[in-house]
Design a protein around this ligand. Structure first.
Ligand SMILES: CC(C)(COP(=O)(O)OP(=O)(O)OC[C@H]1O[C@@H](n2cnc3c(N)ncnc32)[C@H](O)[C@@H]1OP(=O)(O)O)[C@@H](O)C(=O)NCCC(=O)NCCS
Length: 277
């Protein structure tokens, strides 16, 4: 049986560091070190683990932060041991974090994530219900993690509103409502992005990313392919966000949208304004 509890003891914290290394393949220099976990977990943060028996197999970690005109919980890490991924543990940890934030008077949890990671995007937008309106290029610099491709660590800032349900802002069946196909070039069975679409943009449109299995076998070629996509995606999102658009949904692919894509909407298409920040 999987159990959940705060990580408090020194053994818990060491297990959390070991799990960071196991999941991300970080060099020790890139892990959140024990004293910082200890202090932030004890004084206002949320450091919460999932256990199989005595063994730590997942954790979520957020800390109190000031930004976006408010106090918020900044969620720095979420990890589940690869042997346990895809079984609902990640979502359970996040909803426990949400309950913590609600109890402690926060209205927002925010974090960054790699927008080209299809699984993470789906998890964040569709399982949790985040929205995004900020793109941060190369936030952490080039890290030692093999998951980061030694590329600039471009990230979307996920906003997970604790006081508003995402569906109160925007909802609707994706298949029927927005069948617009993103513009792409296909080569060797792989999609390649076109340049940034011309403005004025429609009120609602899809911005594509490559499918998780589209990457070439060869690591260098996969890195170059990803680099190309990242540059185009950065351009589109930076321009769209500066024009006020919001990313509200994500699809792994629909009949008329045959690639993963973000649904980007003009704020006037939202049912109610997003909380100010
Ligand atoms: C992201 C992560 C924490 C999700 O935890 P999880 O326990 O696997 O997630 P859940 O089982 O609650 O939810 C699974 C859903 O999330 C998505 N997902 C994200 N990453 C996944 C993974 N590596 N394996 C399987 N599903 C994953 C799936 O689409 C799945 O949805 P589906 O079952 O409807 O297809 C976990 O995969 C992980 O530790 N990844 C590596 C570290 C990381 O990327 N951290 C998050 C940075 S934002």
């Amino acid at each position: 049986m999987i159990t959940y509890r705060d990580l408090i003891s020194l053994d818990d914290l060491q297990a959390c560091i070991d799990l960071q290394i196991r999941v991300w393949g970080f060099d020790p220099v890139d892990v959140v070190p024990l004293p910082i976990l200890l202090i932030t977990g004890k004084y206002g943060g949320f450091l919460h683990g999932a256990f199989d028996g005595d063994r730590l197999i997942g954790f979520v970690y957020s800390l109190p932060a000031r930004g976006l005109h408010r106090w918020l919980q900044w969620s720095h890490m979420l990890a589940v041991d690869p042997a346990y991924q895809g079984t609902g543990i990640g979502a359970t940890l996040k909803f426990r974090q949400r309950a913590f934030a609600q109890t402690h008077g926060y209205d927002l949890i925010a974090w960054t994530f790699d927008p080209l990671e299809v699984k993470n995007a789906y998890f964040n937008f569709e399982k949790l219900g985040v929205v995004a309106r900020l793109y941060e290029p190369n936030v952490y610099g080039v890290t030692t993690s093999r998951l980061h491709w030694q590329l600039p660590t471009d990230r979307l800032v996920a906003e997970w509103w604790v006081i508003v349900e995402r569906d109160d802002l925007w909802s609707g069946p994706l298949e029927e409502a927005y069948p617009r196909v993103p513009d792409l070039i296909w080569q060797d069975g792989r999609p390649y992005p076109l340049d940034v679409p011309a403005t004025p943009w429609p009120e609602i449109f899809w911005t594509p990313v490559p499918p998780a299995d589209a990457y070439p076998e060869d690591w260098e070629a996969a890195r170059a392919y990803r680099d190309l996509w990242q540059k185009t995606f950065r351009e589109v999102m930076t321009r769209a966000f500066s024009a006020g658009y919001v990313a509200v949904r994500f699809t792994r692919g629909l009949p008329d949208v045959p690639v993963p894509a973000y649904l980007i909407v003009h704020p006037e298409a939202l049912r109610q304004p997003l909380p100010d920040w």
